[in-house]
Write a protein that binds this ligand. Structure first.
Ligand SMILES: [Zn+2]
Length: 231
């Protein structure tokens, strides 16, 4: 049987989690919580470099994601390896997420907000919508997947949902003490952010996280839309 984890983070592309929830993940793992990453796509299209082949890029991005997760203290990274820009809201994808929720039995699930208006990456929208559906009702209900039940994967009720990149944030997480690790973890994604723009990445993030902390009793924060789930 799989050892349960308190937090499951469902991520569209390599580096999204570090931007969205990296500082909070570092704080959780410092507090002794187990965090599992589920990376849905292999990120093989996100480049302007025509000379790099998609499969080569996918391999690089996995290594970068593993390095970032290690810095943040993430227990395990699960790679679903769907092609970048090709996610669909299918029964198969939903079942993959349900299976993982039932395996790890997290109290908290974190993903991106699916309901940003206008331009929003399709993979983000679909990852998040499928994750929300997987939490409720599919992971919860005993008759949803008889075949999972046969494999010993019991229904599970998630208690809390956190969505990053939300247009309606209602919860701020203090990351003042873990901001430096968030920056270091993001810097592991060299194929996406380049080798020598760390100072500007840090400046940009500091500005963003300062704004997200406005009105709170902390210097730097990550903001989420939070749902307390009473199922
Ligand atoms: Zn993304």
């Amino acid at each position: 049987m799989t050892k349960p984890a308190q937090v499951l983070v469902v991520i569209p592309h390599p580096d999204d989690a570090e931007f969205g929830v990296g500082g909070t993940v570092a704080r959780w793992t410092r507090e002794g919580k187990d965090v599992i990453y589920v990376l849905c796509t292999n990120g093989d299209k996100g480049t302007n470099d025509v000379n790099i082949k998609p499969e080569e890029l996918a391999g690089i991005r996995e290594q970068e994601q593993l390095a970032a997760a290690k810095l943040l203290g993430v227990r395990e990274v699960i790679f679903l390896r769907h092609p970048d820009q090709a996610l669909e809201d299918t029964p198969e994808f939903r079942k993959e997420i349900v299976r993982l929720i039932r395996m790890y039995q997290p109290e908290t699930v974190v993903t991106t907000d699916p309901y940003r208006r206008y331009l929003w990456h399709r993979d983000h929208r679909i990852t998040a919508r499928v994750t929300l559906d997987a939490i409720f009702p599919y992971a919860r209900d005993i008759h949803s997947y008889p075949e999972l039940l046969e494999q010993g994967l019991q229904p599970h009720k998630v208690k809390e949902l956190l969505l990053w990149a939300s247009e309606e944030p209602n919860y701020r997480s203090d990351i003042t003490d873990t901001f430096d690790i968030k920056v270091a973890a993001l810097s592991c994604h060299k194929s996406q952010i380049g080798n020598n723009n760390s100072p500007s990445i840090e400046e940009r993030l500091r500005e963003r996280c300062t704004i997200m902390a406005e009105g709170e009793d902390c210097e730097l924060a990550e903001a989420f839309h939070r749902e307390d789930i009473r199922q």
